[in-house]
Design a protein around this ligand. Sequence first.
Ligand SMILES: *Cc1c(COP(=O)(O)O)cnc(C)c1O
Length: 398
Amino acid sequence: MSEIFTGSFTQQEPIPEEGIAAALAVLRHGRLHRYNVAEGEVGETALLEQAFAALTGARYALAVASGGSAMTIALRAIGVQPGDPVLSNAFTLAPVPGAIAAVGARPVFVGVTEDLTIDLDDLETKLDQSRVLLLSHMRGHICDMDRLMALCDTAGVAVIEDCAHTMGAAWNDIPSGRHGLVGCYSCQTYKHANSGEGGFVVTDDAEIAARAIILSGSYMLYERHLAGPPADVFERVKYDTPNTSSRMDNLRAAILRPQLRDLEDRVARWNARYRTLEQGLRDTPGLTLIERPETEKFVGSSIQVLLLDWAAEGVADVVRRCALRGVELKWFGEAEPKGFTSRYDSWRYARSEQMPRSDRILAGILDMRVPLTFSLEDCELIARIIRAEVSAVYQSAA
Ligand SMILES: *Cc1c(COP(=O)(O)O)cnc(C)c1O
């Protein structure tokens, strides 16, 4: 009898008791809107922003409704206009090109390497096409940020970082989201802090921060922020910055605060699971692991492997056989996007040239979530199942 995994790939850990208690307090007093505070009270959302600024070392932090709205706000706050070209990853999640489209701008896609990071050689050839790069650290893979920033700085291209999978990660000891002009994060259930929906924007630039706060929907109540710039900066921008209503609320902020405090601990637990899976999959014939550079501090909340240059039927067979044994793999190479797996040529509102070198990589990407509810034994079992099924299909094709 072959082993079967019976756990859930979509089951998160519960919200910490302290977060539940704080959420109940908000529900009991009823002041859920972030600017609805009693005399002398500091709201949960303002406190959360203060904690997030401290966590990332950013001068300014803003909590918003989602990771997607964080990126949309960031693009607008740095002055992207309708029709502008914006460089971004060909391998990322749909809300990234979606944020570019939301401001009426036009994505220009940059390829992906076998390390699953942005192709810096391809980027170099495209830097003259835009003033802005919305860089996605897709699935937590961080490119050589020193080279990327040198390229972009030289070309005068502003960098916005999409850190949906790198909250708690770093490159060369600098937290992810702090290399570029603006960092954006998500607190959606499947990311590194869970409030159902939610996001953050961080920056050191006072004027960008002021615009972002007004864009998020502060009305003229921006002085209630604890991690925003001084009032005189708002005076310069308040009449020509629209309110695009994307606020965080006190209930979600209450849930998030203890999770930020525990982030380092959760990162360690994710990485123990990731390393267990990686160990179990190492040297599987036909399967390529993504080697993580020493300079990268990553968060192993998901794992990707490549079945490079496999026939599509072979990859489909592996996915099917693993599913029969309870292991859910997502495949980015499928003809039709499913679930979360769309890619640059699925986003037909944004015209693009075919990118054969990226297509080869995308065709081989298998992706798996690693929820913290998995034990290390679960991870060993899952690795055994993937290893066995990849080997079986690989040998039958040989
Ligand atoms: C989830 C995700 C986002 C956006 O997050 P939402 O909060 O769902 O809008 C952005 N980029 C990547 C790579 C993501 O995975």
